[in-house]
Design a protein around this ligand. Structure first.
Ligand SMILES: [Zn+2]
Length: 173
């Protein structure tokens, strides 16, 4: 294969919109958030060095980052489903708010506050939920017999509170 042909093919792969990249990885549970990040040109690092009040960050990483020049860091001391949500939240910031990152990094505390507006944090949380818990996938799981929120949460590798919110179940008092 000539280099010219290869270049054309890689251009074609990059022509996928973020929405198409996400959809490609939502056909089976659990949604592979690291693969989505990777396809968007982001490297994901599980970091033990992050302070306990920080859940994750999105940062310019020209040397070790993915093809976008950015990386995502997640706090490796948090539980796995939480780390997955953080990766999805940072992917959302990358897609929606990349232009607003100051000083090359955006750091989210454990309440997902990064210095962006609360509207932008809500947008990132909404897209993160859309990434991890797509309604078509939930519906096909329900049809296959996985019906209760706990089983759905386990299958999608999300927290039960996140699953309940997604299903419109009010939190317990
Ligand atoms: Zn955030």
């Amino acid at each position: 294969m000539s280099p010219a042909v290869m270049e054309q093919q890689s251009e074609k792969a990059e022509a996928l919109t973020p929405g198409q990249v996400i959809a490609k990885h939502q056909k089976q549970a659990p949604v592979n958030v690291v693969a989505i990040a990777s396809d968007l040109g982001l490297k994901v690092w599980a970091m033990r060095s992050l302070p306990s009040n920080i859940s994750g960050k999105l940062f310019r990483d020209p040397l070790n980052g993915g093809t976008s020049g950015f990386s995502i860091g997640v706090n490796a001391t948090e539980v796995f489903v939480r780390q997955r949500f953080t990766v999805a939240h940072e992917i959302a910031h990358f897609i929606l708010h990349k232009d607003k990152i100051e000083n090359g990094e955006l750091i989210d505390d454990t309440l997902y506050r990064s210095g962006l507006s609360s509207k932008e944090e809500t947008e990132a949380n909404k897209l993160a939920a859309d990434i991890l818990m797509p309604y078509p996938l939930i519906s096909s799981l329900v049809h296959s017999g996985i019906r209760d929120p706990q089983s759905l949460a386990r299958t999608l590798q999300v927290s039960l509170p996140a699953m309940n919110i997604r299903l419109g179940i009010p939190p317990a008092e």
